[in-house]
Design a protein around this ligand. Structure first.
Ligand code: GDP
Length: 301
């Protein structure tokens, strides 16, 4: 069994490769819920939906958000009637979100996700990191912003001074999945707003110390491949490089995959993590995703 810790862009790309070579029934994916909230009357768990759509081949993998070839009739009508929404939610994607909102009148988020995954024909186990909503604030030079306001309204442009999020309880099954896994893969997701929230859950870091854990660096050179990870790392005083990523996970990580462009950093990363794998980590097509997944799986002892 393999457990993957995931956000909503970098790791889902890797999951497209992993699902080609690992039996999905052997896969548990623990997904970040830090940014979950209600928008325009529906519950939005962006990273969970991205993982659901990725595993069921529905994902819009240009945006890593929503369903491919979706229409936006409701979104446009909402704007016309003066009820514009911050997120651009497609019609089919909205159906998923309405279903989740309705399910959550009866069940918790984990159960709602389990039902949706079954409805989508998925054999893998997708667990939200928590059933509780987090309170996240991006502290910037223009004040404290909600995560989506920072990301969408302000296009991640303000200078980031700090990232603060509340502590939440882990969902049932996470620690058990880690304990039972031959390996835990930390995908190349945003270390601050996707992975650290999962690592901050009670018991997770301790469980990881007893597991074989391999991470893929989302930082190549001195920048993230996409998104605001480098801004967040800088604000937290972490070196924006594979070395900085390694230092965040140094208490439990067995191996780290860094990009071939960072070959010059191998020695420094090796001072922190025992095993360093250097390869292409840019996943711009299915072959690259599969190759990276294969290298990770081959190196599991
Ligand atoms: P979010 O939930 O949308 O913020 O997405 P994630 O946290 O899952 O992923 C964001 C991170 O993915 C960014 O820090 C990127 O640097 C990283 N990323 C995206 N694509 C790639 C890729 O092809 N290779 C690597 N190594 N990192 C990637």
């Amino acid at each position: 069994m393999i457990t993957v810790l995931s956000g909503g862009t970098g790791t889902p790309k890797l999951l497209q490769g992993i699902k080609e070579i690992v039996d999905p029934s052997e896969l548990t994916i623990v997904v970040n819920t830090l940014e979950n909230d209600y928008f325009a009357g529906v519950y939005v768990s962006a990273d969970i939906d991205t993982v659901l759509y990725t595993m069921s081949d529905l994902i819009n993998d240009e945006l890593w958000y929503g369903i491919k070839d979706d229409t936006f009739i409701t979104h446009e009508r909402l704007e016309e009637i003066g009820c514009g929404e911050l997120l651009r939610i497609g019609d089919k994607d909205r159906a998923t979100k309405i279903q989740k909102t309705l399910l959550m009148e009866k069940y918790d988020l984990a159960k709602a996700c389990e039902i949706q995954a079954k409805n989508m024909g998925l054999a893998c186990n997708i667990i939200p990191m928590s059933n509780e909503n987090s309170d996240i604030k991006i502290v910037t030079d223009i004040g404290e912003l909600e995560f989506h306001d920072f990301l969408i309204k302000h296009q991640s442009e303000p200078e980031v001074l700090d990232v603060k999020f509340s502590k939440v309880k882990p969902c049932e099954g996470i620690i058990d999945a880690i304990n039972k896994s031959d390996a835990v893969i930390i995908g190349p997701s945003n270390p601050i707003t996707s992975i650290l929230p999962i690592l901050s859950l009670d018991g997770v870091r301790d469980a990881l110390k007893n597991a074989y854990v391999v991470a893929v660096s989302p930082i190549i050179g001195n920048d993230s491949v996409s998104g605001p990870a480098s801004k967040f790392m800088k604000a937290m005083g972490i070196d924006v490089s594979a070395v900085g990523v390694a230092s965040l996970y140094d208490d439990f990580l067995d191996a780290i995959v860094i990009d071939e462009k960072d070959d010059d950093k191998k020695v420094k990363v090796n001072q922190i993590i025992n095993k360093v794998i250097v390869t292409n980590t840019i996943m711009n097509n299915l072959d690259a995703k599969k190759n990276l997944a294969e290298i990770i799986i081959e190196n599991i002892p």
